[in-house]
Design a protein around this ligand. Structure first.
Ligand SMILES: [Zn+2]
Length: 170
């Protein structure tokens, strides 16, 4: 076996082995040889991660440049799986649905109601390309709204009767 290969150099370090493994398998798919170091000690206790400097992904020194540019190209590419509403500003479909419009105590109520019925009158969207945020009012069919409110009043009635029953006992 010839030992003419160059030495291993540090490409990057990660706080967990999952990220390191993703990078390793990506680079392997690009034909770049990798090694990860200190993976096991971090897996035993993630608190050791800082002590040992994280999980280190190593590449051959002659591959360092190629590996760095392959990673940078991968990171600057928009995530392809995200396809949402079209952004009204830049017409990108790289948008995501979020609940940022609900703040504080409102979030609690939204979460409670979402358990009972799917209240989705207003949707908050944000664009990953230009950062624009907007709200979209869903056009719901009458029957859908009718059943939403029917379930709402049934649950309300149930809670009220439970409360009244408890009230009578004292
Ligand atoms: Zn946009």
């Amino acid at each position: 076996m010839k030992e003419n290969k160059s030495e291993w150099v540090l490409l990057r370090s990660f706080s967990n082995s999952l990220e390191a493994n993703i990078v390793c398998s990506f680079l392997n798919s690009q034909g770049i040889e990798t090694q990860s170091r200190d993976e096991h000690i971090v897996n035993i206790n993630w608190l050791y991660s800082n002590a040992v400097g994280g999980v280190k992904v190593m590449v051959r020194s002659q591959d360092l440049e190629a590996a760095t540019s392959a990673l940078e190209a991968q990171e600057s590419a928009p995530p392809l799986e995200v396809v949402g509403e079209e952004c009204p500003k830049c017409h990108s479909t790289q948008t995501e649905h979020n609940f940022k419009s609900y703040k504080g105590i409102k979030t609690l109520f939204v979460a409670l109601f979402a358990l009972v019925l799917p209240f989705r009158d207003r949707e908050a969207w944000s664009c990953l390309s230009c950062g624009h945020q907007w709200q979209k009012t869903e056009s719901q069919s009458g029957i859908y709204i009718f059943f939403n409110w029917l379930i709402f009043f049934l649950v309300l009635g149930l809670l009220l009767s439970l409360f009244m029953g408890w009230f009578r006992q004292i």
